[in-house]
Design a protein around this ligand. Structure first.
Ligand SMILES: Cc1ncc(C[n+]2csc(CCO)c2C)c(N)n1
Length: 244
């Protein structure tokens, strides 16, 4: 079942951030990668590239969430952030046990796929935010990961309807399910609350972080569509994949 989210508080940060990125959010849903994913015509190697990058992304994202949990003022917020960090790592494990196995992906094949420039840039931005941005700015950087995915997942699910026979059904279900929708609402509520207590400069920085990470979400799908490589790789001996 699809779970469309209720609209955010119209006077809050989230409503403003979504309005600000509305065109980009539409472009994300309409990106050829997501069109092909919805239609079930996405080529295996594009999806494999995406899965491998995503499993690396999830580890970095979980580290940034754990950093946010360590900095939260309220125990409930720390619990939410730590639970989300656990969720991201559980998702990474599930990718391995589920899709990696289903697509017959061996360690050798995945190790041969270099972490892409986009994946490294996005995770590096999140890790750097966890280290040196004010806590509200870090939370705003983490929000697109929740919200943009839920938006894409629920929009695709509305188009596909029944996912039982869909080759990417499990992926679609994960990001359109109810538990995940609850997590998105939690992330939005936290972000709105921090923004309403923040000064104008911090709020501006929150918006900048939200926009940047929404851009990285687009870049992430685009990099899988194009199977983005390091243009410099041709001058280097073949490297096995590393975390960095
Ligand atoms: C590039 C990229 N962006 C967002 C997600 C979605 N996501 C991953 S973990 C998590 C929250 C914790 O369960 C969310 C929303 C993804 N998989 N890959």
């Amino acid at each position: 079942m699809s779970h469309r989210l209720p609209e955010p508080d119209p006077d809050g940060f989230c409503a403003e951030a979504w309005r600000h990125t509305a065109e980009l959010q539409r472009a994300i849903v309409r990106h050829p990668f997501n069109r092909a994913l919805a239609e079930g015509t996405l080529q295996r190697d594009r999806f494999v590239f995406y899965l491998v990058q995503d499993s690396r992304y999830l580890v970095g994202f979980a580290q940034a969430l754990a950093g946010a949990a360590a900095r939260a003022d309220e125990p409930e917020d720390a619990e939410f952030l730590a639970r989300s960090a656990h969720g991201a790592l559980a998702e990474e494990r599930a990718l391995h046990a589920g899709y990696f196995e289903r697509f017959g992906l061996t360690e050798r094949e995945t190790a041969g796929i270099e972490t892409s420039p986009t994946c490294l840039a996005y995770t590096s931005y999140l890790r750097a935010s966890a280290q040196s941005s004010p806590y509200p700015v870090l939370v705003a950087a983490l929000l697109p990961c929740f919200w943009v995915y839920q938006h894409v997942g629920s929009t695709i699910l509305e188009e596909t309807g029944d996912t039982a026979e869909h080759p990417y059904g499990r992926w679609i279900e994960t990001y359109a399910d109810e538990e995940f929708a609850t997590a998105v609402l939690g992330a939005r509520e936290l972000t709105d609350r921090l923004a309403s207590a923040a000064d104008e400069r911090t709020r501006q920085r929150m918006l900048t972080a939200f926009v940047r990470c929404s851009e990285y979400e687009w870049l992430f799908w685009n990099s899988a569509w194009e199977r983005e490589q390091w243009p410099t790789a041709r001058w280097l001996p073949h490297r096995g994949a590393t975390a960095e």
